[in-house]
Design a protein around this ligand. Sequence first.
Ligand code: CA
Length: 222
Amino acid sequence: MAHILVVEDDPALARGVAALLRSAGHAVDAVTQGMAALQLVEREPCNLFIVDIGLPDISGFEVIRRLRSRGDRTPILVLTAHERVSELVQGLDLGADDYLVKPFDASELTARVRALLRRNHGDPNPVLNIGALTLDRARGTAEVAGRPLQLRPREWAVLACLGARAGEVVARKVLLSEVFSFDDEVAPNALEVHIARVRRQLEPDGPAIKTIRGLGYLLDRA
Ligand code: CA
């Protein structure tokens, strides 16, 4: 779904963060040094950077400064140790978008990542048109041929996730990670129930949600 680069020199924390983000459907690269991160992103652009401030070579601040001075506007989430919180304003001034103080909860990390990716997705064009469907991601509203849809929050999340990737198969686990938070108790067929409700709302004029057996779901572009 998104390609995330983790720059963190604590191996246990880096592994934990990477595993968590992978389980949410993201592709994750992890490096332990600032220079390695800067080299990697020159070859392979990312959708989000997660940058520790205390790194063994150049500091996380220097990583952020160099990324921004290259014109790289990828969202940056800063990780910082408790004793360095007073320096955070420096990271934000340099162009970081958000921060987490260690230790943090897994659910807090995934929520911040979702918010940063959504912000990035939603900018610059919050309105998507897919056939007769109009999705306004800034307002959180959906219409089919001018008829407003009555969507509950999770139904909206299903439709926004499929709409952002219209014409592509979206894996079931990606939908699950976008629709449910880390702490939710999710019944085995909960996603299917939401999909069925969204399908009924889209009928008869809106685009179809196709089930791609064994893979996931696809919102038809036509
Ligand atoms: Ca560190």
